[in-house]
Write a protein that binds this ligand. Structure first.
Ligand code: GZL
Length: 335
C-alpha cells in the first residue's frame, strides 16, 4: 500500500512540476512571444537648438518645428530654447551629441563661434542642419545644409521699393533699425539694402542702430532717432517687422503719421505687419518664411538615408506693397 501511495504522490508531484514549467515556459514563451510582438521601431531623433523668443517670426518658426512630432509619428524632437545666448546653444548641441541624436538642427543666433562645437558633432558623426540663419566656419563640411532665405535679396528688394518710390535724383534721409549684431540675417539685409542704393548718391542712411529684432528695442531706438533727427527722417528701414511695429508706435507718439509722413519698409511678413499695412501705417513688406519644420524633416530623412544635400535650400518668397496688397494677402497669411 505504502508503495502505491508513494508512486501516486511522485506522479502528482511530477505532473505538478510539468504544469508549472509548462505554464512558466508558456508564460515565458507568451512573454517571449509578446515581447516579439511588442518590438518598437527606433524613432528618428532630431535635437533642435532654437535662438529664443525675440519676435513673432521666431515664435512662428518654433511652432513649425515643435509641430514635427505631431506630423511625423516616427520622429522624436528634443527642443532647446537658447534664450538669446550663443553659449546656451553650444551647450544644447553638446547635450544632443551626448544623447546621440540622429540629426542636430541649429538656428544660429550669430554667424561666428561655431567651429569647435560643430567639429564635435562631426566627430560624433551627427549631421547638422542650419535653419533660418547661416554660420561662417573654416570648414563647410561642418554642416550638412542651410535652409533659409536670401537676406541680401531681401535687402535689395526693400531698397528697390524705396528708390522706385522717391526716384533717381531725390534726396532721401533713411534711418535703419538693424537686427541682432553679428546675425547673418542682419549683416546681409544691411548689405543688400546698401547695395540697392549704391547708385543713388542722394540717398543717405543718416542713422543705423540695432534694435535686436525686438519690438521694444525697435521703439526705443526709433524714439532716439526721432529725438535727434525729427522730421528730417523720410524712411525707416527695419530688418524685421517687429522692430517696424515698435517704430510705428514711436512715430505716432512723436505726433507724425507712420506710412505717410515717414515711409516704413520691413522684412518678415508677420500678420501684425499686414494689419498695419492694410491700415496705411507701413508701406512695404518683404516676406521671409519661418515655417521651416517640414524642410528640416525632409533634410533629416535624406541625411538618415545617406543622401548628400544641397549646401543651401533657399526659401522662395514674395514682396507686398500698399494697403490693397495687404488686405488681399491677409486671409491667406499663415503666421
Ligand atoms: C530670419 C530670422 C530673423 C527674422 C526675425 O531668418 O533669423 O530673426 O527676420 C527673427 O524676425 O528674429
Amino acid at each position: 500500500m505504502k508503495i502505491k501511495k508513494l508512486t501516486a504522490l511522485v506522479t502528482v508531484a511530477m505532473l505538478a512540476t510539468t504544469m508549472f514549467v509548462g505554464c512558466g515556459s508558456s508564460s515565458s514563451s507568451s512573454a517571449t512571444s509578446s515581447s516579439s510582438t511588442e518590438t518598437t521601431t527606433k524613432k528618428l531623433v532630431i535635437g533642435f537648438s532654437q535662438i529664443g523668443q525675440e519676435s513673432g517670426w521666431r515664435d512662428a518658426e518654433t511652432n513649425s518645428v515643435k509641430d514635427i512630432p505631431n506630423q511625423n509619428k516616427d520622429i522624436e524632437l528634443k527642443f532647446s530654447d537658447g534664450q538669446q545666448k550663443q553659449e546656451n546653444q553650444i551647450a544644447a548641441i553638446r547635450s544632443f551629441i551626448a544623447q546621440k541624436v540622429d540629426v542636430i538642427g541649429l538656428a544660429p543666433i550669430v554667424e561666428t563661434g561655431w567651429d569647435t562645437v560643430l567639429k564635435e558633432a562631426k566627430d560624433a558623426k551627427i549631421p547638422v542642419v542650419l535653419l533660418d540663419r547661416n554660420v561662417k566656419v573654416s570648414d563647410p563640411t561642418l554642416y550638412a545644409t542651410f535652409i533659409g532665405s536670401d537676406f541680401i535679396a531681401e535687402g535689395k528688394s526693400v531698397a528697390k521699393f524705396v528708390t522706385d518710390k522717391f526716384g533717381k535724383d531725390a534726396a532721401v534721409s533713411i534711418v535703419e533699425l538693424q537686427g541682432t549684431v553679428g546675425a547673418s540675417a542682419a549683416t546681409d539685409r544691411q548689405k543688400g539694402f546698401m547695395d540697392g542704393i549704391k547708385d543713388f548718391p542722394t540717398y543717405k542712411v543718416i542713422k543705423s542702430q540695432t534694435g535686436d529684432f525686438t519690438r521694444a528695442k525697435g521703439k526705443e531706438v526709433m524714439e532716439a532717432f526721432l529725438k535727434s533727427e525729427g522730421k528730417k527722417i523720410q524712411v525707416v528701414y527695419a530688418h524685421n517687422d517687429d522692430m517696424a511695429m515698435g517704430a510705428i508706435q514711436a512715430i505716432e507718439e512723436y505726433g507724425l503719421k507712420p506710412g505717410v509722413d515717414i515711409i516704413i519698409v520691413s522684412i518678415d511678413g508677420v500678420k501684425d505687419a499686414f494689419v498695419a499695412m492694410a491700415a496705411g501705417k507701413t508701406n512695404f513688406i518683404a516676406e521671409c518664411n519661418p515655417l521651416l519644420g517640414p524642410q528640416l524633416v525632409q533634410a533629416a530623412r535624406d541625411l538618415k538615408a545617406g543622401k548628400t544635400l544641397e549646401k543651401w535650400v533657399k526659401s522662395d518668397e514674395k514682396t507686398f506693397a500698399g494697403a490693397d496688397a495687404a488686405k488681399a494677402a491677409l486671409p491667406d497669411r499663415k503666421y
